[in-house]
Design a protein around this ligand. Structure first.
Ligand code: GDP
Ligand code: IMO
Ligand code: MG
Length: 430
């Protein structure tokens, strides 16, 4: 048996959805364990595009079980809309194919309002969030005032939980100049949505324990990227959950030995959406070209992604904090035709060479990237399905990345299409 965790190794949008979908053919259960509908995972199967936000990327494969684990924050109204949209594309979703952990915290409308109100307040407070209430919902979880899926089953409990949350939120809202929350209206809305969510609600930890005992293959689907991790990311410009591989266990209810192979998803260059440091960011024609060729616009918010050269120093760091056994290198085709390609191998801080990004913001801002320059390749790698189809220049680039980050390539992706994927080492090795 081998269970695999898929983790974004940069600032998100590395192509996790495509790789999870590809790997899910080999898995029985696919589990989301953190984040929420701030994620945007794109799959392209025979030209049909599926955009998933809260649903695991395994849903499009028949006969697989998709699971939303307790580490996720879930907007029930969004989920219902997403299920409808995906069903309209011909995908079957039933309580036999989708399970939601009963202890999953809910994102309520006031979480989104608070998120957007704070973002709009002052430049100093702005993170560049997706505005979907992710941070405020996680705050309520650790503040012990969140409403969880199981609370939807009992009207008296639900009213009690709403009152508990409102004590905090109405005080906060008055400070921000927002109207108090309509308590009865909110309870009515929750009662109305409950019957659409509850049929999927299960004690997921038990189901996963059973699956593990039966030797079923579990695929953990990470959202965001390790540089957005609440502890190890570029704080405070991060998301509000742990993104790194350790979270796969706590966000699903399995022990730390549940993950046997951690696969980092690595884009062949770097992108970031929202505010925050980005040492290799480009503001020139090369950056424009990466954005255009890579279609770098957010799946969730449509925002233009910031683009830059590959930062081996940061990926070496995220490979360590997630204990990556291998990587899936994506979007190599976007680099086709570049005459010269740069890779960041470390930073210069006041004349001193660093092989990691310092934690303090002030030191980060004084770091300048140290680059290694490589010759590009003129041939196309788009749609390549075997090593033999890759030009020598591209192979050299891949090998150099492996060396610099200290982690081997297990998979290579050469277009958005599911099957334009090269398997080097099967992460589900038995
Ligand atoms: P995720 O959030 O990590 O799942 O990534 P997104 O779906 O937000 O962004 C990745 C984008 O790149 C999507 O539009 C994918 O269809 C696309 N993509 C994935 N792999 C490749 C690849 O190897 N080459 C190209 N050109 N596009 C890719
Ligand atoms: P996937 O799973 C890229 C970024 C936001 C913002 C910061 C905090 O598609 O890779 P949040 O709404 O989470 O509080 O926003 O995190 N962010 C992402 N960036 N890909 C994502 O998900 C992201 N999810 C959140 O842009 O900078
Ligand atoms: Mg995305």
């Amino acid at each position: 048996m081998a269970n695999v965790a898929v983790i974004g190794a940069q600032w998100g949008d590395e192509g996790k959805g495509k790789i999870v979908d590809w790997l899910s053919e080999r898995a029985d259960v696919i589990v989301r364990f953190q984040g929420g509908h701030n994620a945007g995972h794109t799959l392209v199967i025979d030209g049909t595009v599926y955009k998933l936000h809260a649903l695991p990327s395994g849903v499009v494969r028949k006969g697989k079980l998709s699971v939303i684990g307790n580490g996720v924050v879930l907007d029930p109204w969004h989920l219902v809309r997403e299920i409808e949209a995906i069903r309209a594309q011909g995908v079957e979703i039933t309580p036999d194919t989708l399970m939601i952990a009963e202890n999953t915290p809910l994102i309520l409308p006031f979480h989104g309002e608070l998120d957007r109100a704070r973002e709009g307040q002052t430049a100093v407070a702005k993170i560049g969030t997706t505005g979907r209430g992710i941070g405020p919902a996680y705050e309520d979880k650790v503040g012990r005032r969140v409403i969880r899926v199981a609370d939807l089953a009992d009207e008296a409990t639900l009213a009690l939980r709403v009152d508990r949350a409102l004590v905090h939120h109405n005080a906060l809202r008055s400070g921000l100049g927002l109207e108090p929350i309509d308590r009865d209206g909110l309870i009515a809305e929750l009662r109305e949505i409950a019957p659409q969510i509850l049929p999927f609600a299960k004690p997921v930890w038990r189901e996963l324990d059973q699956a593990k005992r039966e030797g079923k293959r579990i695929l953990f689907e990470g959202a965001q990227g390790a540089l957005l991790d609440i502890d190890f990311g570029t704080y405070p410009y991060v998301t509000s959950s742990n993104v790194i591989a350790g979270q796969a266990a706590t966000g699903s209810g399995l022990g730390p030995d549940a993950v046997e192979f951690t696969l980092g998803i690595v884009k062949a260059y770097t992108t970031r959406v929202g505010e925050g440091p980005f040492p290799t960011e480009l503001h020139d024609v090369d950056g424009e070209r990466l954005g255009e060729r890579g279609h770098e616009f957010g799946t969730t918010t449509g925002r233009k992604r910031r683009c830059g050269w590959f930062d081996a120093c940061l990926v070496r760091q995220t490979a360590a904090t997630s204990g990556m056994h291998g990587i899936a290198l994506t979007k190599l085709d976007v680099l086709d035709g570049f005459e010269r390609i740069k890779v960041c191998t470390g930073y210069d801080l006041d004349g001193e060479r660093l092989d990691y990004l310092p934690t303090a913001s002030e030191a980060q801002s004084r770091c300048t990237p140290v680059y290694e320059e490589m010759e590009g390749w003129t041939e196309s790698t788009e749609g390549a399905r075997s090593w033999a189809d890759l030009p020598a220049g591209a192979i050299k680039y891949v090998r150099r990345i492996e060396e610099l980050i200290g982690c081997p390539v297990a998979l290579l992706s050469t277009s958005p299409e599911r099957d334009d994927t090269i398997l080097v080492t099967d992460p589900f090795r038995d």
